[in-house]
Ligand binder design. Sequence first.
Ligand SMILES: C[S@@+](CC[C@H](N)C(=O)[O-])C[C@H]1O[C@@H](n2cnc3c(N)ncnc32)[C@H](O)[C@@H]1O
Length: 247
Amino acid sequence: MIFDVLTLFPGMFASPLQESILSRAAKQGLLQVRTHCLRDWAEGKHQTTDDTPYGGGDGMVMKPEPIARALAALKEQTPKAKVLLMTPQGTQFSQRHSKELAKEEGLIFLCGRYEGFDERIRQSLVDAEFSIGDYVLTGGELPAMVMIDAISRHLPGVLGCSSSAETDSFSDGLLEYPQYTRPVEFNGMTVPQILLSGDHGKIAQWRREQQLLRTWQRRPDLLRKIKLSEEDKKTLERLQQSLESDN
Ligand SMILES: C[S@@+](CC[C@H](N)C(=O)[O-])C[C@H]1O[C@@H](n2cnc3c(N)ncnc32)[C@H](O)[C@@H]1O
Protein backbone atom coordinates (compact mmCIF):
# COMPACT_ATOMS: atom_id res chain seq x y z
CA MET A 1 0.00 0.00 0.00
CA ILE A 2 1.33 3.41 -0.91
CA PHE A 3 0.01 6.39 1.04
CA ASP A 4 0.77 9.71 -0.66
CA VAL A 5 0.09 12.84 1.36
CA LEU A 6 -0.22 16.29 -0.19
CA THR A 7 0.38 18.90 2.49
CA LEU A 8 1.89 22.28 3.19
CA PHE A 9 3.55 20.80 6.28
CA PRO A 10 5.28 17.50 5.41
CA GLY A 11 7.44 17.78 8.56
CA MET A 12 4.40 17.06 10.74
CA PHE A 13 4.44 13.44 9.57
CA ALA A 14 8.03 12.60 10.49
CA SER A 15 7.68 11.68 14.14
CA PRO A 16 4.43 9.64 14.11
CA LEU A 17 5.73 7.55 11.23
CA GLN A 18 9.08 6.87 12.85
CA GLU A 19 7.66 5.11 15.88
CA SER A 20 6.24 1.71 16.70
CA ILE A 21 4.06 -0.36 14.37
CA LEU A 22 3.94 1.97 11.34
CA SER A 23 7.69 2.45 11.33
CA ARG A 24 8.27 -1.32 11.53
CA ALA A 25 5.73 -1.97 8.78
CA ALA A 26 7.41 0.59 6.52
CA LYS A 27 10.83 -1.01 7.15
CA GLN A 28 9.37 -4.39 6.22
CA GLY A 29 8.01 -2.92 2.98
CA LEU A 30 4.37 -3.55 3.97
CA LEU A 31 3.48 0.09 3.45
CA GLN A 32 5.04 3.31 2.28
CA VAL A 33 4.07 6.84 3.34
CA ARG A 34 5.32 9.53 0.97
CA THR A 35 4.74 13.14 1.94
CA HIS A 36 4.78 15.84 -0.73
CA CYS A 37 4.91 19.57 -0.21
CA LEU A 38 2.11 21.22 -2.16
CA ARG A 39 4.29 24.29 -2.70
CA ASP A 40 6.42 22.24 -5.12
CA TRP A 41 3.54 22.52 -7.60
CA ALA A 42 2.81 26.20 -6.98
CA GLU A 43 3.93 28.85 -9.45
CA GLY A 44 5.51 32.27 -9.07
CA LYS A 45 8.22 33.68 -6.90
CA HIS A 46 6.18 33.14 -3.72
CA GLN A 47 4.86 29.68 -4.64
CA THR A 48 1.38 30.71 -3.56
CA THR A 49 -1.08 27.94 -2.79
CA ASP A 50 -3.95 30.06 -1.39
CA ASP A 51 -5.84 33.25 -2.15
CA THR A 52 -8.58 35.47 -0.73
CA PRO A 53 -12.18 34.21 -1.00
CA TYR A 54 -14.44 35.55 -3.73
CA GLY A 55 -17.36 37.37 -2.11
CA GLY A 56 -15.20 38.50 0.79
CA GLY A 57 -14.80 37.12 4.28
CA ASP A 58 -12.01 36.07 6.60
CA GLY A 59 -9.13 33.77 5.83
CA MET A 60 -7.65 32.26 2.73
CA VAL A 61 -8.82 29.50 0.41
CA MET A 62 -6.61 26.82 -1.16
CA LYS A 63 -6.23 27.34 -4.90
CA PRO A 64 -7.16 24.55 -7.32
CA GLU A 65 -4.28 24.71 -9.83
CA PRO A 66 -1.34 23.57 -7.60
CA ILE A 67 -3.49 20.70 -6.30
CA ALA A 68 -4.54 19.66 -9.82
CA ARG A 69 -0.89 19.64 -10.96
CA ALA A 70 0.24 17.71 -7.89
CA LEU A 71 -2.48 15.10 -8.30
CA ALA A 72 -1.69 14.65 -11.99
CA ALA A 73 1.97 14.04 -11.13
CA LEU A 74 1.15 11.57 -8.34
CA LYS A 75 -1.38 9.74 -10.50
CA GLU A 76 1.31 9.10 -13.11
CA GLN A 77 3.08 6.96 -10.51
CA THR A 78 0.00 5.34 -8.98
CA PRO A 79 -2.82 5.65 -11.54
CA LYS A 80 -5.26 3.57 -9.49
CA ALA A 81 -4.79 5.55 -6.26
CA LYS A 82 -7.95 7.00 -4.72
CA VAL A 83 -7.88 10.70 -3.83
CA LEU A 84 -9.25 11.44 -0.36
CA LEU A 85 -10.02 14.99 0.72
CA MET A 86 -9.77 15.79 4.43
CA THR A 87 -12.67 18.01 5.45
CA PRO A 88 -14.94 18.40 8.49
CA GLN A 89 -17.81 18.32 5.98
CA GLY A 90 -16.96 14.82 4.73
CA THR A 91 -18.31 11.36 5.50
CA GLN A 92 -17.44 10.44 9.07
CA PHE A 93 -14.49 8.02 8.92
CA SER A 94 -15.20 4.69 10.64
CA GLN A 95 -13.67 1.26 11.18
CA ARG A 96 -15.69 0.00 8.20
CA HIS A 97 -14.05 2.61 5.94
CA SER A 98 -10.60 1.74 7.28
CA LYS A 99 -11.11 -1.91 6.34
CA GLU A 100 -12.43 -1.09 2.86
CA LEU A 101 -9.71 1.45 2.09
CA ALA A 102 -7.03 -1.06 3.11
CA LYS A 103 -7.94 -3.02 -0.05
CA GLU A 104 -6.86 -0.14 -2.33
CA GLU A 105 -3.46 -0.13 -4.06
CA GLY A 106 -2.80 3.47 -3.16
CA LEU A 107 -4.40 6.39 -1.39
CA ILE A 108 -3.68 10.09 -1.84
CA PHE A 109 -4.57 12.31 1.10
CA LEU A 110 -5.30 15.98 0.45
CA CYS A 111 -4.68 18.02 3.59
CA GLY A 112 -6.33 21.42 3.74
CA ARG A 113 -5.37 24.54 5.71
CA TYR A 114 -6.88 28.00 6.28
CA GLU A 115 -10.59 28.14 5.32
CA GLY A 116 -10.25 24.94 3.31
CA PHE A 117 -10.39 24.16 -0.40
CA ASP A 118 -11.80 25.94 -3.43
CA GLU A 119 -15.09 24.11 -4.06
CA ARG A 120 -14.00 23.03 -7.57
CA ILE A 121 -11.33 20.76 -6.06
CA ARG A 122 -14.03 18.82 -4.27
CA GLN A 123 -16.20 18.77 -7.40
CA SER A 124 -13.66 17.50 -9.89
CA LEU A 125 -10.48 16.10 -8.37
CA VAL A 126 -11.37 13.80 -5.51
CA ASP A 127 -12.88 10.34 -5.06
CA ALA A 128 -14.12 10.74 -1.48
CA GLU A 129 -14.26 13.27 1.33
CA PHE A 130 -13.62 12.26 4.95
CA SER A 131 -14.02 13.89 8.33
CA ILE A 132 -12.59 12.40 11.53
CA GLY A 133 -15.25 13.99 13.72
CA ASP A 134 -17.56 16.90 14.29
CA TYR A 135 -14.94 19.45 15.26
CA VAL A 136 -12.66 21.72 13.25
CA LEU A 137 -8.89 21.27 13.30
CA THR A 138 -6.32 23.71 11.96
CA GLY A 139 -5.36 21.38 9.13
CA GLY A 140 -5.91 18.03 7.43
CA GLU A 141 -2.57 16.55 8.53
CA LEU A 142 -3.82 15.00 11.78
CA PRO A 143 -6.92 13.53 10.07
CA ALA A 144 -4.65 12.01 7.39
CA MET A 145 -2.40 10.51 10.07
CA VAL A 146 -5.40 9.12 11.95
CA MET A 147 -6.72 7.51 8.77
CA ILE A 148 -3.32 6.12 7.71
CA ASP A 149 -2.88 4.56 11.15
CA ALA A 150 -6.35 2.98 11.20
CA ILE A 151 -6.09 1.70 7.60
CA SER A 152 -2.58 0.28 8.12
CA ARG A 153 -3.82 -2.01 10.91
CA HIS A 154 -5.79 -3.94 8.26
CA LEU A 155 -2.82 -4.48 5.92
CA PRO A 156 -1.53 -8.06 5.99
CA GLY A 157 1.43 -8.47 8.34
CA VAL A 158 1.27 -5.01 9.93
CA LEU A 159 -0.08 -6.17 13.28
CA GLY A 160 1.95 -8.81 15.08
CA CYS A 161 -1.24 -10.72 15.85
CA SER A 162 -3.46 -10.75 12.78
CA SER A 163 -6.60 -11.55 14.75
CA SER A 164 -6.50 -8.39 16.88
CA ALA A 165 -7.94 -6.19 14.12
CA GLU A 166 -10.80 -8.71 13.86
CA THR A 167 -11.69 -8.55 17.56
CA ASP A 168 -11.20 -4.82 18.12
CA SER A 169 -14.10 -2.55 18.92
CA PHE A 170 -16.34 -1.79 15.89
CA SER A 171 -15.02 -4.72 13.81
CA ASP A 172 -18.21 -6.71 14.19
CA GLY A 173 -20.28 -3.64 15.05
CA LEU A 174 -19.82 -4.04 18.82
CA LEU A 175 -17.37 -2.65 21.37
CA GLU A 176 -14.65 -5.00 22.56
CA TYR A 177 -14.99 -6.93 25.84
CA PRO A 178 -13.00 -5.80 28.92
CA GLN A 179 -9.37 -6.90 29.01
CA TYR A 180 -7.27 -7.85 32.05
CA THR A 181 -3.63 -8.72 32.66
CA ARG A 182 -1.44 -9.48 35.70
CA PRO A 183 -1.73 -8.97 38.67
CA VAL A 184 -4.85 -10.95 39.55
CA GLU A 185 -5.65 -8.43 42.29
CA PHE A 186 -5.16 -4.65 41.97
CA ASN A 187 -6.43 -2.06 44.48
CA GLY A 188 -8.95 -4.57 45.79
CA MET A 189 -10.29 -5.40 42.31
CA THR A 190 -9.86 -8.93 41.01
CA VAL A 191 -9.81 -10.41 37.53
CA PRO A 192 -13.13 -12.21 36.73
CA GLN A 193 -12.74 -15.83 37.79
CA ILE A 194 -13.86 -17.14 34.41
CA LEU A 195 -10.77 -15.68 32.70
CA LEU A 196 -8.55 -17.74 35.01
CA SER A 197 -10.52 -20.95 34.45
CA GLY A 198 -8.77 -22.09 31.26
CA ASP A 199 -12.20 -23.04 29.83
CA HIS A 200 -11.99 -21.44 26.37
CA GLY A 201 -15.64 -22.09 25.52
CA LYS A 202 -16.87 -20.34 28.65
CA ILE A 203 -14.37 -17.50 28.19
CA ALA A 204 -15.60 -16.92 24.62
CA GLN A 205 -19.20 -16.91 25.86
CA TRP A 206 -18.39 -14.44 28.69
CA ARG A 207 -16.57 -12.16 26.26
CA ARG A 208 -19.51 -12.12 23.86
CA GLU A 209 -21.87 -11.26 26.73
CA GLN A 210 -19.57 -8.44 27.82
CA GLN A 211 -19.41 -7.10 24.27
CA LEU A 212 -23.20 -6.98 24.07
CA LEU A 213 -23.56 -5.45 27.52
CA ARG A 214 -20.88 -2.78 27.01
CA THR A 215 -22.24 -1.76 23.66
CA TRP A 216 -25.78 -1.50 25.03
CA GLN A 217 -24.57 0.55 28.03
CA ARG A 218 -22.13 2.83 26.22
CA ARG A 219 -23.12 2.94 22.55
CA PRO A 220 -26.74 1.82 22.05
CA ASP A 221 -26.61 3.58 18.65
CA LEU A 222 -24.25 0.82 17.43
CA LEU A 223 -26.72 -1.91 18.38
CA ARG A 224 -29.37 -0.29 16.20
CA LYS A 225 -27.06 -0.53 13.17
CA ILE A 226 -26.28 -4.26 13.28
CA LYS A 227 -28.29 -7.44 12.90
CA LEU A 228 -27.85 -9.52 16.05
CA SER A 229 -28.25 -13.30 15.95
CA GLU A 230 -31.24 -14.76 17.81
CA GLU A 231 -28.83 -16.06 20.43
CA ASP A 232 -27.27 -12.62 20.92
CA LYS A 233 -30.74 -11.06 21.25
CA LYS A 234 -31.72 -13.56 23.93
CA THR A 235 -28.42 -13.03 25.76
CA LEU A 236 -28.86 -9.26 25.71
CA GLU A 237 -32.47 -9.52 26.99
CA ARG A 238 -31.32 -11.77 29.80
CA LEU A 239 -28.50 -9.37 30.76
CA GLN A 240 -30.83 -6.36 30.61
CA GLN A 241 -33.43 -8.11 32.79
CA SER A 242 -30.87 -9.16 35.37
CA LEU A 243 -29.51 -5.58 35.54
CA GLU A 244 -33.05 -4.18 35.93
CA SER A 245 -33.87 -6.61 38.72
CA ASP A 246 -30.59 -5.61 40.47
CA ASN A 247 -31.63 -1.91 40.43
C1 LIG B 1 -9.80 25.22 9.55
S1 LIG B 1 -10.21 23.84 8.57
C2 LIG B 1 -11.37 24.55 7.43
C3 LIG B 1 -12.78 24.35 7.86
C4 LIG B 1 -13.80 24.91 6.87
N1 LIG B 1 -13.74 26.35 6.83
C5 LIG B 1 -15.20 24.47 7.28
O1 LIG B 1 -15.81 25.14 8.11
O2 LIG B 1 -15.66 23.41 6.81
C6 LIG B 1 -8.78 23.61 7.58
C7 LIG B 1 -8.56 22.21 7.09
O3 LIG B 1 -8.41 21.30 8.18
C8 LIG B 1 -8.87 20.02 7.81
N2 LIG B 1 -9.85 19.60 8.83
C9 LIG B 1 -10.28 20.32 9.89
N3 LIG B 1 -11.12 19.63 10.65
C10 LIG B 1 -11.24 18.40 10.09
C11 LIG B 1 -11.97 17.23 10.42
N4 LIG B 1 -12.78 17.18 11.48
N5 LIG B 1 -11.83 16.15 9.63
C12 LIG B 1 -11.04 16.18 8.52
N6 LIG B 1 -10.33 17.28 8.16
C13 LIG B 1 -10.42 18.38 8.93
C14 LIG B 1 -9.43 20.11 6.41
O4 LIG B 1 -8.46 19.65 5.49
C15 LIG B 1 -9.67 21.61 6.26
O5 LIG B 1 -9.61 22.02 4.91
